[in-house]
Write a protein that binds this ligand. Sequence first.
Ligand code: KG4
Ligand code: ZN
Length: 356
Amino acid sequence: MKILGIETSADDTGIALIEANGELGQDFRFKVLETALSSQPIHAEYGGIFPAMAKKEHAKNLPILLEQVLKKNQTGIDAIAVTVGPGLEPCLWTGITKAQELSKKWNVPVVPVNHVEGHIFVSLMRYENHDSRFMNREIRMHAFEFPILALLISGGHTELILMKEFGSYEYIGRTRDDAVGEAFDKVARLLGLAYPGGPEISRLAETARQQKLKADFVLPRPMMKEDNYDFSFSGLKTAVERRVATHPLQSLDREKIAREFEDAVADVLTYKTLRAVEEYGVHTLVIGGGVSANMRIRKKFAFWAKESGLALLLPPPEFSTDNGLMIALSGYFHALKKEFADPTKLSANGNLRLNS
Ligand code: KG4
Ligand code: ZN
């Protein structure tokens, strides 16, 4: 089955065309025929996403990216997968409208996709090479057993989800305030760094580690020892804000703060997630979403996974952030089950949840 994925839920416009075969499991295989992605630098100076502006950018980028992807592959597309939520509704609508238009033009069905499920599915695949060599190569799934625990960490999400089987999910924890990526972005802003803040903070933190620079203060690890699986990151941001307000930034202070902040986030995420792994008795942990591109967080989880014999599934960093492939993959499994929608009745849902 040839399936086109369209993602426009936040500030990345992503399109992917895949050829996929087989049922979920070791039988499944796919090839990435084309991918195209456009991230919007336009939000950099504001420190966050402006929905109206993002919508305009998606509308401008979509036809350009589609042309790139469809250049060699106009024919034989069996289905269109499109993100319908969660995300920014004005942005979601640009993708949905495009899917409706193409569905009519090509006379092919549309599969509505949950963005969060897309992040989980793209992380279940075994990319042998973490670079563009995966193009046109046959890719299969990791061997894994349900239930799977998924940690979704991005600009809009911080969620622990138990996936009992395909289509059956239970939310076991979430952030009570800011998403973890949002905290990275806000702290970056406090330090005068560009948006998106995650990669910038990470770069400074790494400099601090290499130069053995350590902050002479400790940031809080919010809710780490609490007996639940929820998170809170706004207090951590406020702690940085207070620190910056009361101590003028000296040379290399930003590096030290970045390091301490990144360590605080990594501590909380690993501690709580691994406790959930134990309580729910899972053997597979999937981490997805933009923040999972973070090397410190990856390393910390990798260390603990090795210690405890846990299978840790992480996508290559380029598929950690939003992209079209994740939507095509999730869409494929729904298309297999003929879970198509009437294109005229598609609707964006900013707060869409996974089914339980
Ligand atoms: O998944 P994503 O592309 O979009 C959403 O669904 O939100 O995630 C974007 C978020 C941003 O907040 C960005 O700062 C963060 O992911 N991010 C990172 C890194 N790369 C991206 N955070 C920490 N470290 C990184 N290396
Ligand atoms: Zn995302």
